[in-house]
Design a protein around this ligand. Structure first.
Ligand code: AHR
Length: 499
């Protein structure tokens, strides 16, 4: 099969916001406890956080972490997690039917995030929480001093404000599973008032409003229109959440599911712009795709887990090679929409539907999906360029005209690199790929990294890494033309040096 991509400096989509490579840490399952935090572990630092996990998180290169949930958030009181650890309450977490010990709270998490070079996207509870709780946490975190809450922060060891810039107004408030679920009108009004108070405390913060929990929600689209109608003035982003799975074991359909993500993004963009027009506003609302990933492998085990444990092993999806290919397609889809998607969070970071897994008292290791995420976060910085691609397409069970090649180019002028990310969705045919590059002076090939040739269900585990990128030599550079062979079912990263 042949594929031709035209690349030009003029085909600019947008400068990529680095927060598009965010992830998510929820107090659930083994994400915090036995994930990032395990005081008895041989690599634990004085605060109880595992150094081996910190190293992997730093390697993954995650500039933003959404915290502390998730469904957990909607029953959580942030004040349970501050002050001396010995005074902190053990609580029932009704969202996941577990016990929360509160050993890790706001200070410990933010300081851990600073160590791994991430900003925090702090979420406020709008399930059981009030607008005053939302105001109080902003004051506690961001106000310099001289008030009860800012002085309390100092007493707890943090002199300088945390300076949290990005805040989320609740979590999945449309879902019947959510503690304190609300109608769109009620949530929109509450979020507007919470947002108003939060910005009165600190007008430099940015706020994310809850959109739908997925495109499959019966209220999808009307929810977005109503909540934006209520809260437009106070917010900066609207959230999207979506998880995918290959329950039917239909590979060509599974790899096409990034087209659903594209549809979701385009739909929410259209609704946000409709409300903008309705309000005759000059403000544009951007998108925060703050939960996305593959999630389906662990459904049964999670269902059969005993309730009321501390850190039970739930949502521990073990990812295979086909999942890594879909994650590659999803990352490219986010980049294609980077003019509107400014924040995105791979859900989650450790152990819970995560790229990083840990064993209690043992190793930390990389899942298959670690690699495409890491490579796009490392090299997908700069300007996303419209993928002008000619390639054949196919129809799958749920999608029409699925291109065999999913791809995008990113121009990183600071690093003097042009980078192409590409997935070949074909199960049987290699793609003879040609990139015709104009207005950019390409001087050499830095590397052609590829994940291909694995069994489609191959996984990594703590003792054996089977699926990882390797270097390919199947590439040539001829003036302004790059030619490369993209193997069937492959994830590809081509890095070119530019003058
Ligand atoms: O990421 C797992 C869960 O998925 C989150 O808690 C919730 O927001 C979503 O439904």
């Amino acid at each position: 099969m042949e594929a031709k991509m035209r690349i030009s400096r003029d085909y600019r989509i947008s400068e990529i916001d680095k927060r598009i490579y965010g992830s998510f840490v929820e107090h659930m399952g083994r994400c915090v406890y036995e994930g990032i935090y395990e005081p008895q572990h041989e690599t634990a630092d004085p605060q109880g956080f595992r150094d081996d996990v910190k190293e992997l998180v730093a390697e993954l290169n995650v500039p933003l972490l959404r915290y502390p949930g998730g469904n957990f958030l909607s029953g959580y009181n942030w004040e349970d997690g501050i002050g001396p650890r010995e005074n902190r309450p053990r609580r029932l977490d009704l969202a996941w039917k577990t016990i929360e010990t509160n050993e890790v709270g706001l200070h410990e998490f933010i300081e851990w995030a600073e160590e791994v070079n991430s900003e925090v996207n702090m979420a406020v509870n709008l399930g059981t929480g009030t607008i005053d709780d939302a105001r109080r946490i902003v004051e506690y975190c961001n106000f310099p001093g001289g008030t009860e809450l800012s002085e309390l922060r100092k007493q707890h060891g943090r002199e300088k404000p945390f300076g949290i810039k990005t805040w989320s107004l609740g979590n999945e408030m449309d879902g019947p599973w959510q503690i304190g679920q609300k109608t769109a009108e009620d949530y929109g009004k509450l979020a507007a008032q919470a947002g108003k108070l939060m910005k009165l405390v600190d007008d430099s913060i940015e706020l994310v409003l809850c959109g739908s929990s997925s495109t499959e929600m019966p209220t999808f689209a009307s929810w977005e229109a109503e909540v934006l109608d209520q809260a437009y003035e106070y917010v900066d982003y609207i959230s999207l959440h979506r998880y995918y799975g290959n329950q039917e074991n239909d590979l060509s359909n599974y790899l096409a599911k990034s087209l659903d993500m594209d549809f979701f993004i385009k739909s929410v963009t259209a609704i946000a712009d409709y409300i903008k027009a309705k309000k005759k506003s000059d403000k544009t609302i951007h998108l925060s795709f703050d939960e996305w990933n593959v999630w389906y492998h662990s459904h049964e085990e999670t269902h059969n887990t005993e309730p009321w444990q501390v850190a039970p092993p739930i949502l521990q999806d073990i990812y295979n090679f086909e999942d890594a290919l879909l994650v590659g397609c999803l990352l490219i889809t986010l980049l294609k929409n980077s003019d509107r998607v400014k924040i995105a969070c791979l859900a989650q970071l450790v152990n819970v539907i995560a790229p990083i897994m840990t064993e209690k008292d043992g190793r930390a290791w990389k899942q298959t999906i670690f690699y495409p995420f890491q490579q796009v976060s490392d090299f997908g910085r700069g300007i996303a360029l419209t993928p002008n691609v000619h390639v054949a397409s196919y129809d799958s069970k749920d999608f029409k005209e699925v291109p065999y090649l999913e791809s995008i180019a990113v121009l990183n002028e600071e690093q003097q690199e042009l980078v192409i990310f590409a997935v070949n969705r074909s199960e049987s045919e290699a793609i003879n790929f040609e990139a015709l590059i104009s207005e950019i002076d390409v001087t050499s090939v830095i590397e052609f990294s590829q994940m291909s040739g694995f069994g489609i269900k191959d996984i990594n585990d703590k003792d054996c890494e089977r699926v990882y990128p390797t270097q390919s030599q199947a590439i040539t550079l001829d003036d302004d033309k790059v030619s490369a062979t993209l193997e069937p079912l492959s994830w590809n990263v081509i890095r070119l040096s530019i003058a």
